[in-house]
Design a protein around this ligand. Structure first.
Ligand SMILES: [Zn+2]
Length: 220
């Protein structure tokens, strides 16, 4: 980071660029004809927690979207999230909130406001989130025995965690710059998101450990 480049600029953590790519033959890769920098985030190069939060979201989009698959809404969400991380009071909180929004744009919205199995509304806290069902589950559905081989992965969520997750799904990420999580809430949601991504997307983010380290640092 910050190593002087041959272009007399500096390497910055994340840059949004517009590329003009000429299409090659059907199977050949295209050639970059022109590149224009739209914006960059200077604070990511010097502030570890902002860099960790930004890396986490970029890695999520990189792994969750197949190469060359258009996902304009998700990329717009990513750029808004990077901008919010640059201004955030607690970058880790914005990263977690933004990840929930990204999952929603991928068609994998986790359910926090009603039972994911029978649709019954308002689940009392602490709620039980069933990863395989994609949301919180009411006591009646949770006690059903017909869960198939392997059983279910159940994560207990406190009232504060449910409230944070609902807000993150309801509001645009740009309005969440002042969002904060406690150490316990952050850990609970990060663990849930790790299991959720593993089951529904079969991915694991390498930058998750870096973000966990920043969660400890940010909530001391
Ligand atoms: Zn139910």
């Amino acid at each position: 980071l910050n190593r002087p480049s041959m272009l007399q600029g500096a390497i910055v953590g994340m840059t949004v660029c517009r590329l003009w790519i000429s299409q090659g033959a059907a199977a050949a890769p295209g050639t970059v004809k022109h590149c224009e920098r739209v914006t960059y985030f200077a604070s990511f190069a010097s502030q570890l927690c902002r860099f960790a939060a930004a890396s986490y979201l970029c890695e999520l989009v990189m792994l969750a979207v197949p190469e060359r698959a258009p996902a304009p809404a998700l990329y717009d969400h990513l750029v808004s999230s990077l901008d919010a991380i640059g201004r955030a009071r607690q970058p880790v909180a914005v990263a977690i909130a933004s990840e929930l929004g990204a999952l929603s744009l991928l068609g994998l919205t986790p359910t926090f406001d009603r039972c994911a199995e029978c649709g019954k509304g308002e689940i009392a806290a602490p709620a039980r989130f069933v990863v395989e069902s994609g949301g919180v589950v009411c006591p009646a559905c949770l006690s059903k025995k017909d869960v198939g081989p392997g059983g279910r992965t159940v994560v207990k969520l406190a009232a504060g965690t449910l409230a944070f997750a609902k807000t993150a799904l309801d509001k645009p990420v740009g309005s969440l710059c002042n969002a904060r999580v406690s150490s316990g809430l952050g850990k609970e949601l990060m663990r849930l998101l790790l299991l959720y991504k593993h089951h529904h997307l079969q991915i694991e983010l390498r930058s998750a450990r870096l973000l966990q380290g920043c969660l400890r640092r940010d909530t001391r």
